[in-house]
Design a protein around this ligand. Structure first.
Ligand SMILES: [Zn+2]
Length: 125
């Protein structure tokens, strides 16, 4: 299946990010992706910097298609559009954060700790 992801970047350039995300939503709703209309739940955001109240940059946006690893279109923080899943997007953002800030995500509580300080939960590797 072919999709011209550059088209979404062009829409964003001329009509803004919301218009491009709407176009991505329509593309999926019309069944040109793996999913049909019943699997489109709207637009959501994901970041490796999650707090209760807000998502901090770098933040990606994506069309919610129901499952963590169901196909969708995502707008990455650098402004490119990808045919991916939000689970993959989150992994990418977490890998970038881990590398840039030399941090590791605790699998027990989900918070990040500095590699210099060591795990926040003792006994964890
Ligand atoms: Zn922890």
């Amino acid at each position: 299946m072919h999709i011209n992801l550059k088209a979404f970047e062009n829409i964003e350039r001329s009509q803004g990010q919301d218009a491009a995300m709407y176009a991505a939503q329509c593309w999926i709703a019309e069944g040109r992706g793996e999913h049909g209309l019943e699997s489109v739940y709207g637009l959501e955001s994901v970041s490796a910097f999650e707090s209760w109240e807000e998502l901090e940059p770098p933040t990606a946006r994506y069309v919610n298609t129901g499952e963590t690893y169901s196909e969708t279109i995502a707008r990455m923080p650098d402004g490119t559009y990808e045919l991916t899943t939000w689970g993959d997007v989150l992994e990418t953002l977490e890998e970038q954060r881990a590398e840039e800030r030399e941090e590791t995500r605790c699998y027990e509580c989900g918070s990040w700790y500095s590699n210099d300080d060591g795990p926040c939960h003792p006994g964890e590797s």
